[in-house]
Write a protein that binds this ligand. Structure first.
Ligand code: BDR
Ligand code: CA
Length: 317
């Protein structure tokens, strides 16, 4: 089987951690690096989380590079209410035995992409600060990337940040605007589809019942998602938690989980009520050519079955 080489730029983050686990559980994916960007937690905590989650999955060979601590213009607004102060909910992982690279994430992304033009899929599941800086610093990466799958945005969904924002875009709308207009071959995975992919207590029970109950992976998923599920219930009255970033990772090897549309998309960077809103030209009114494909429909049941099966397999490995 030909494996997709994947670079993950993320802000772990409970669902980012689940995306890392999904990558490690999937034989279709060769995870060749993880970079961190300030978002859900302080970037130092996220880097520790990335290393610890990779170690949990038996993937200490995957290099981790730390990136920007805050947005291009906006300061950091961590999501402690959503992901807990450490970024991983109630989960407590041992201190990682590995260290991050000395290289900055932006340099690591550029060097890795330019070393294998046309071969690497970039998956971005955090604010787009690192990716925007990489594009600015070395525009050649735009054509070196094979595919760029970005979790972000909200179109026919009300958003999860005031008033129409989605967290990743909202944290750094200026970076998102740079990336969206960069020419990267983007597939955007917005809340429209991720909020249909809910991991519920019944999914956790299936994992616990079918996997090796003593596996630290089962314990981790249970402790992390318990926090995340409680947040979704109290803040949004939703049963279960949206595993946004894991869906973006699944699209690397199962792109037909979603239906996409080619659209021209822009980001509101002004300070008004639509701050950080993602706006799509659905009716082709601007005459501008599409700058990405946007996932607008998803086979959520199929994705959830896939995700649960992969977690069971990883725990039993
Ligand atoms: C996105 O925001 C973060 O809190 C999640 O990790 C996900 O990437 C969803 O809006
Ligand atoms: Ca994330």
């Amino acid at each position: 089987m030909e494996r997709s080489r994947v670079l993950l730029d993320c802000d772990p983050g409970i669902d980012d951690a689940l995306a890392i686990l999904l990558a490690c559980a999937s034989p279709e994916i060769d995870l060749i690096g993880v970079t961190t960007v300030g978002g859900n937690a302080l970037v130092e905590h996220e880097t520790r989380n990335a290393l610890a989650v990779l170690e949990l999955a038996g993937a200490t060979h995957v290099p981790v590079a730390q990136g920007c601590a805050r947005g291009l213009i906006k300061d950091l607004t961590p999501a402690a209410d959503t992901h807990g102060p450490s970024g991983l909910g109630y989960a407590e992982l041992p201190a990682p035995r590995t260290q991050p690279l000395a290289q900055h994430a932006v340099d690591f992304l550029i060097a890795t992409l330019l070393a294998a033009p046309g071969e690497i899929t970039l998956v971005a599941t955090g604010p787009l600060t690192n990716v925007a800086l990489a594009v600015r610093r070395e525009p050649r990466i735009v054509h070196a990337v094979q595919r760029c799958i970005i979790m972000g945005g909200a179109f026919r969904h009300e958003g999860n940040m005031p008033l129409r924002g989605e967290y990743n875009v909202w944290c750094d709308p200026h970076a998102a605007r740079i990336v969206f207009h960069s020419g990267l071959p983007i597939t955007l995975v917005p809340l429209d589809v991720t909020y249909r992919c809910l991991f519920r207590e019944a999914d956790m029970q299936r994992i616990a019942a079918q996997a090796n109950a003593r596996s630290p992976i089962v314990r981790f998923i249970a402790d992390a998602t318990r926090f995340y599920i409680a947040y979704h219930k109290s803040a949004q009255n939703i049963e279960g938690c949206a595993i946004n970033d894991a869906l973006a990772m699944a699209l690397v090897f199962t792109p037909d989980l979603v239906t996409t549309e080619a659209l021209y998309v822009d980001v509101e960077t002004g300070d008004g009520p639509a701050h950080a809103a993602t706006c799509a030209d659905f009716w082709r009114l601007t005459g501008r050519p599409p700058n990405m494909r946007v996932a607008l429909d998803v086979d959520a049941e199929r994705f959830m079955r896939l995700f649960v099966a992969r977690m069971i397999a990883l725990a039993d490995a």
